[in-house]
Design a protein around this ligand. Structure first.
Ligand code: AMP
Ligand code: MN
Ligand code: MN
Ligand code: MN
Length: 307
């Protein structure tokens, strides 16, 4: 009889590498019907497995409502799933998204943070509807609710869909470009908590705060430096080095910036629905860089090792 532990090849096969370069099988930014994604948590878990992913995070906007269902289906497939959410906040009047990776699950402070975000989202929806009335969308709140097709919290994509249905814009892209995108009248940020507040909730739960898609805020490099400094002062520890498709030069430069600030790097597709350009696991290749993967963070040990 062997004195060694039973066959551990299964565990070994799920151990993650210590560099970001050449990584496959990881996607730490995915959406489901618990927020503005089109697949249920179960369908998403199935698709992640079918695409060969081994380590994933469900990061719905301001909610963990889909996590348990996704975890159960991931477990059936032998895919590791970490509890997570993508939290809305503001910094210097700019809407910022912070992914909270929660290896220990949630805390009471984190849960009450989610409640604050949920009521902020409701108030914001009313304000967006009010502002869109001025461009000719009547009963915007009811129309957005109809587009959402369920009781889940409303988001800007639902208002974009309502604008398209009402014939006020040709497509959703135009809806964001004209009315809902950064700095437009439907981009309402005033209800969101401050950056430091949401980072505090994540820390309270023993989680790791990650700046989501840092290249998508239309910031200069200098401004991003200031964002990272404020984020680190608040207790933030990581940022997404690659989010979906990125220009390789921008990614290289971002890697230098993360390295400079000593931030861990995360990766994710920000997948929302099938049929678009992205699928779970679709990201531009992470560059050769010194940036440490977020799964090398001591708090992520269990996740990285498939425990
Ligand atoms: P919200 O969380 O309600 O502020 O909505 C933000 C979501 O809107 C993002 O997570 C994307 O899913 C979507 N979104 C943001 N900008 C655009 C855009 N320019 N085109 C299409 N969808 C967008
Ligand atoms: Mn979204
Ligand atoms: Mn986002
Ligand atoms: Mn997202």
């Amino acid at each position: 009889m062997s004195v060694f532990p039973i066959d551990d090849t299964e565990t070994l096969s799920t151990v993650l590498p210590e560099t970001l370069n050449g990584i496959r099988g990881v996607d730490l930014h995915l959406h489901s019907t618990a927020s503005d994604g089109k697949l249920s948590p179960t369908e998403l878990a199935d698709l992640c497995h079918a695409r060969g992913l081994t380590h994933v995070a469900l990061t719905d906007h301001d909610t963990i409502a889909g996590v348990e269902e996704a975890r159960q289906q991931c477990a059936r497939h032998g895919v590791s799933l970490i509890s997570a959410a993508e939290l809305s906040c503001q910094w210097r009047g700019i809407g910022i998204h912070i992914v909270g990776l929660l290896p220990q699950g949630v805390s009471r402070a984190f849960e009450s943070g989610l409640e604050i975000l949920s009521s902020a989202r409701e108030k914001r929806s009313r304000e967006i509807a009010h502002r869109l009335e001025k461009i000719g969308l009547q009963d915007g709140l009811a129309k957005a609710r109809l587009e959402a097709g369920s009781e889940r919290p409303l988001g800007r994509p639902d208002f974009a869909a309502a604008l398209v249905t009402a014939g006020l814009v040709p497509d959703r892209k135009a809806a964001f470009k004209r009315y809902l995108g950064t700095g437009k009248r439907g981009d309402v940020k005033m209800h969101w908590p401050e950056l430091a507040t949401v980072v505090g909730w994540i820390r309270d739960a023993g989680g790791i705060a990650v700046v989501a898609h840092p290249l998508r805020y239309g910031m200069t490099r200098r401004k991003r430096d200031l964002l990272f400094s404020a984020f680190i002062d608040a207790g933030g520890e990581a940022a997404e080095l690659v989010s979906g498709y990125q220009n390789p030069d921008s990614t290289h430069d971002l890697a230098r910036q993360l390295d400079f600030h000593g931030l861990y790097g995360s990766i994710g597709s920000d997948f929302h629905y099938p049929g678009g350009p992205l699928s779970p696991g679709t990201i531009s290749p992470p560059p050769r860089a010194h940036v440490k993967p977020v799964w090398c963070h001591p708090a992520m040990h269990g996740f990285a090792n498939g425990e």
